[in-house]
Structures are given as C-alpha cells and as structure tokens.
Design a protein around this ligand. Structure first.
Ligand SMILES: C[S@@+](CC[C@H](N)C(=O)[O-])C[C@H]1O[C@@H](n2cnc3c(N)ncnc32)[C@H](O)[C@@H]1O
Length: 244
C-alpha cells in the first residue's frame, strides 16, 4: 500500500486539528471572489470537508473528491454535507472535459506520488475538466522554507494524544519524509504514520502549470495574500486559469 492510502484515516484529524473550518473560512473570505460565477466548485482532495463547509457558509455550491473513505464520511457526519462526495484518485477524475468552472486543491494535497509524471497528471486532469477560463486555486507548502528551516523533531499534545513527529529532507532535497507517532497514554493506544511529499519549488510548480495549459494569474505567500518571498513565506498559493 502507498503511504497516502493509509495515512488519512482517524488519526488525521488528531494530527492536523489546527487546520480547521475557521482557517478554511478565512481563506475563502480572501479568495472567494474567484468563484463568483464559477460554482459549483470542486474541492479536489476535500478531506474532512472543512473547505466544502467554508464554501457553503460563503454561499458557494461545492462538491468534493477524496481517496479516503474515512474522511469523506466525516464530511457528512461533521458538517452534514449534502452535496456530491466522490471517492476517487486525483490522477483520474471522473468528470468530462471542460465541465467545471472552478477547482481548489488546498493544504498540501499534492506531491504524494513517487514519480513526477503522476504528480503532473493531477494538474493535467484539472486542466482537462476545467472549462475555458475556469479557475484553479492551489495551496502548497513552500519547499524552500521547509528545507531551510526543517524542524527535525517536535513533540506536542493534541486533546488526549501525545504526538511525536520526526522529519527529514532526502533525495537531494526533493522529498520531505515525516514520521508521526500518536499515542494515548490513558488507553495505551498507539499509531504510526508515514508521509512522503515531493518538495516542488515555486519555479517547478510554474513549469508544471504552464506545461499543461494552466496560465498563472496570481501567486501569494500566505492565506492573507501577502507577496511570496523565497525561503520565507509559509505557502505557495497559485491562482491559475485554463487557457486552452
Ligand atoms: C493534507 S489533506 C488536506 C485535506 C483538505 N484539502 C483540507 O485542506 O483539509 C490531503 C487529502 O488528500 C487526500 N488524498 C490523498 N491521496 C489522494 C489521491 N490519490 N486522490 C485523491 N485524494 C487523495 C487525503 O485523503 C486527504 O484528505
């Protein structure tokens, strides 16, 4: 099994509890103008549906696709999401060409596949399903910042759980490897999670976007829309359109 087929289950909301609907709502407040006449918005890798909920709160229709059955089910249980939820792989979208006005891919839901071809295929699929002029909002980590300021080991507490995370950058700076150990000292339960992410730089992402026919309109360094600064910004946020 690949790491992304097992990592996004019941421990994911514990590990990333701070990535909540409040954050998603602030992001949609800042970027919602992109979707004015574009709904429904596809949230590609919708996770537990926090962005679907944020979009709903701002009056946008949306639907989600994710590989994790567990997280898709949480979308319904947590937010009573009534819209379409599709279980699928982001490399093969079950939608026809030029059928969607907007796609979002948020919080580093990219770079999971071991070969560049497969990661590029995700952008190719997004371009294929977007109508001409359709908009793509992409939110990735800033690889240069991660590599420069890597926190090799952290320990923290989330609710009843103790979390021990170890990180390393490998393959000549190309991959971030993370190992997380989550334990509940009261019950003795313990789970280990591994993640491996391709650390695409902003420049590599720009090449990939252009190569599939997505033209870049805006680039920001964080959710507040501050300018991107190499090695400093938290995120690489790209707004692109299908120009084919
Ligand atoms: C870091 S989470 C982000 C979730 C959501 N975008 C958010 O901001 O909360 C990454 C998501 O990608 C999904 N995912 C992983 N591999 C996938 C694949 N091959 N196809 C579709 N979704 C996938 C996971 O199940 C998980 O929900």
């Amino acid at each position: 099994m690949e790491w992304y087929e097992v990592a996004f289950d019941r421990v994911y909301p514990i590990l990333y509890a701070h990535r909540d609907v409040g954050e998603a709502t602030r992001v949609i407040e800042n970027f919602g103008y992109l979707f004015a006449d574009k709904s429904p918005v596809l949230d590609l890798a919708s996770g537990n549906g926090r962005y679907l909920e944020a979009l709903r709160r701002k009056g946008f229709e949306s639907f989600g696709l994710d590989l994790s059955h567990y997280l898709l089910r949480s979308s319904v249980e947590e937010w009573e999401h009534t819209g379409l939820l599709v279980q699928g792989d982001m490399r093969h979208l079950p939608f026809t060409d030029r059928s969607l006005g907007a796609v979002i891919n948020m919080f580093t839901s990219f770079g999971y596949f071991s070969i560049d071809t497969d990661n590029l295929l995700v952008f190719k699929e997004i371009q294929r399903v977007l109508e001409p002029g359709g908009v793509f909002l992409f939110d990735f980590l800033n690889a240069e910042k991660i590599s420069k300021n890597l926190l090799e080991e952290t320990r923290r507490v989330s609710g009843d759980f103790e979390i021990h995370e170890r990180r390393r950058v490998g393959t000549r700076g190309k991959h971030l490897h993370k190992h997380a150990s989550i334990s509940n000292p009261q019950t003795g339960q313990k789970k280990e999670i591994r993640e491996r992410l391709r650390l695409y730089t902003k420049e590599e992402l720009i090449i990939m976007f252009r190569s599939v026919g997505l033209s870049i309109e805006e680039i920001y360094g964080d959710y507040e829309k501050n300018a991107f600064v190499n090695g400093v910004s938290e995120r690489v946020i790209i707004v692109a359109r299908n120009n084919v």
